[in-house]
Design a protein around this ligand. Structure first.
Ligand SMILES: CSC[C@@H](O)[C@@H](O)C(=O)COP(=O)(O)O
Length: 345
């Protein structure tokens, strides 16, 4: 299932807020619609919001087509700032926007039509490269998966969260393609249920055995010897290997440590942010309180109760066994090894 595609100068986004009940591709005809879709999690997952934002830049460029060159550049840059401000944690979003703006600057001498064509080519490149990275990650990562493994995952780091194949779920898919049998356990992932709604659905679509658990069952599941490894995606990885991912990931990592279970993170290089020294510097998105006080549109908490709703947490690098990237598997010392990997050609 494609998370997005480009058709007739429109970005078609699979509306993930409706899954698994309904499959609907929402057409976005301007960058404001793309920004709204990112904010509301119609499109979500770090690489997917990066690719969507890249197409958002193309839409801004297309609608600036009649402007003078100076005005055109001003409008596209302003769209870039707008798109970047939608969600602060996943660095892939800013990475993709900056890459698009960089291409615009380099090709600055071109007329509007050519410039928009170059931007569309770049957005397609970002989209295609992500699928290719995930496939590579899968090849490296599947070597860490023993046959008959019980695998716990949190949130959704699958095809839906990327341009295709997935990061953490890509590793699982690659292990299956290599002939291994696996049993996947999906944390439901409160408050927005990406695990229940999306991961369980994705695994079932591919006939990969999956068992859904609520988030508070993970420790007991591990104590019963059902989990051989944990694998999750990431929204941002800092220079020292600290990992921001969906809220609840940190708790799973602590439980994995307690039970001696390897904890793997699968993420492309576009998720690695060497400009930040450690996880303390990552901006963590806080979302609306009704995501916590309501469930399926029904209020489940007393009106007026105080709520804290961070969308992500940070897992310290000491709990991360290895980081799987499209260039290979990185192990501690992350400070040294991530830098080495990023600058390798
Ligand atoms: C390959 S996706 C990795 C992460 O982006 C994913 O695990 C996650 O935390 C997504 O959060 P979301 O709030 O659904 O966008």
């Amino acid at each position: 299932m494609e998370s997005m595609h480009w058709a007739n100068n429109l970005l078609m986004l699979l509306d993930q807020t409706l899954l698994p009940g309904k499959i609907y591709y929402k057409p976005c005809c301007d960058y404001h619609e793309v920004a709204e879709a990112i904010k509301c999690l119609r499109v979500r997952g770090a690489p997917a919001i990066g690719a969507a934002a890249a197409y958002g830049i193309v839409l801004a460029a297309l609608s600036a087509g009649q402007a003078t060159q100076k005005e055109y550049i001003k409008q596209v840059e302003s769209a870039g700032r707008f798109l970047k401000a939608t969600r602060p944690t996943a660095v892939n979003l800013a990475w993709a926007v900056d890459r698009m703006l960089g291409v615009m600057t380099q090709a600055g001498a071109l007329g509007a039509e050519d410039l928009s064509r170059v931007l569309l080519e770049e957005a397609h490149k970002i989209h295609c490269e992500d699928v290719e990275s995930n496939r590579r990650m899968g090849r490296y990562g599947q070597e860490l998966v023993p046959d008959k493994a019980g695998i716990l995952t949190h949130c959704n780091a699958g095809a839906l969260a990327t341009a295709g194949f997935g990061t953490a779920l890509g590793v699982i898919r690659a292990a299956c393609e290599a002939g291994k049998q696996v049993s996947v356990y999906a944390d439901e992932t409160r408050p927005l249920l990406q695990g229940a709604r999306l991961t369980a659905w994705e695994m079932m679509q591919d006939n990969i055995p999956v068992t859904l658990i609520t988030d508070n069952m993970a420790g007991y599941l591990m104590s019963k010897g059902k989990v051989d490894l944990v694998i999750v995606g990431a929204d941002r990885i800092t220079a020292n290997g600290d990992v921001a991912n969906k809220i609840g990931t940190y708790g799973v990592a602590v439980l994995a440590k307690e039970h001696g279970i390897p904890f793997y993170v699968a993420a492309p290089l576009s998720t690695i942010d060497l400009s930040l020294p450690d996880g303390g510097a990552i901006p963590i998105e806080e979302r609306e309180q009704d995501e916590v006080t309501s469930f399926g549109g029904i209020q489940v908490a007393p009106a007026g109760v105080k709520v804290w709703n961070p969308a992500f947490d940070v897992t310290p690098h000491r709990l991360v066994t290895a980081i799987i990237t499209e260039r290979g598997v990185v192990r501690p010392d992350y400070l040294q090894n991530l830098r080495k990997l990023a600058f390798e050609q």
